[in-house]
Design a protein around this ligand. Structure first.
Ligand SMILES: Cc1cc2nc3c(=O)[nH]c(=O)nc-3n(C[C@H](O)[C@H](O)[C@H](O)COP(=O)(O)OP(=O)(O)OC[C@H]3O[C@@H](n4cnc5c(N)ncnc54)[C@H](O)[C@@H]3O)c2cc1C
Length: 213
């Protein structure tokens, strides 16, 4: 597996505080430019306000190297991290997650079909996975103005959910994160990957991220 370098911007707390106060526009220099409608430009997002002329971004960046860097600790990112570690525990696998903690930006409830989970972590029940509510019945109605007509749901139809579980996905992802960490995956919450970094030949080298302390 090719080695990816991962760069992220780390700042001392005092510097970050200065940055956040600027982004809130309490410092006059950040408010000097105006939008087309005459409002102050208060965003510091690099797509709106380039960093190339900003001397605060010219400093040397803190660099971390890992074998695999996964951006986003959702179900797919966590499952990928777990699988890679299962295949080769010597690899350094890192997951960067923009939420303050794993699962905090996962808002969906879900009906979870556990086939992939059975393959990834066969003993998930013993590991106390938060799959506690099995589907026991399905009801599907065609609603008219005056009545609800029950429709049959037969095995094999997409709406046939027997064997699946009703979950809060945020809880499930948090649990997946714990399983990943047990395997040695490093999870970096509070880090938003903001830019893809490339090798000179055009292949992906890693990503940069802003660490907001
Ligand atoms: C309302 C709703 C209901 C759903 N119901 C079901 C259902 O019943 N059954 C079902 O199977 N599926 C359901 N889904 C779909 C399911 O939620 C998604 O398929 C699944 O969450 C996708 O997983 P993912 O890991 O690819 O992405 P996500 O779950 O979106 O996770 C992405 C993660 O990456 C993080 N991230 C994003 N950008 C960055 C960045 N730049 N840097 C760092 N971190 C970043 C996010 O914070 C997040 O934690 C539903 C989805 C929604 C919205």
């Amino acid at each position: 597996m090719s080695s990816l370098a991962w760069r992220c911007v780390a700042r001392a707390a005092s510097r970050s505080r200065a940055l956040s106060s600027r982004s809130l526009c309490t410092s006059s220099s950040a408010c000097n430019s105006l939008t087309a409608k005459g409002n102050p430009v208060i965003t510091t997002h690099p797509s709106i306000k380039g960093k190339s002329d900003d001397e605060r971004w010219q400093q040397e960046r803190y660099v971390e190297e890992a074998d695999v860097v996964i951006v986003g600790g959702g179900p797919s990112g966590m499952a990928t991290a777990i699988r890679i570690k299962q295949l080769d525990e010597s690899l350094r696998v890192c997951v960067v997650e923009k939420a303050s903690e794993v699962g905090a930006h996962i808002v969906s409830g879900a009906c979870l079909e556990p086939r992939a989970l059975n393959e990834l972590i066969p003993d998930w029940k013993e590991r106390n996975a938060p799959l506690k509510t099995p589907v026991e019945s399905d009801s599907f109605y065609l609603l008219t103005e005056t009545s609800a007509i029950p429709m049959p749901i037969l095995p094999g139809m997409p709406l046939h959910n027997h064997g699946n579980y009703i979950v809060r996905l945020g809880h499930f992802v948090k649990w997946l994160g714990e399983q990943a960490e047990e395997l040695g995956v490093e999870i970096w919450p509070g880090v938003a990957a903001s830019e893809v970094l490339f090798h000179e030949d055009g292949s992906v080298k890693g990503s940069s991220g802003d660490v907001l302390i």
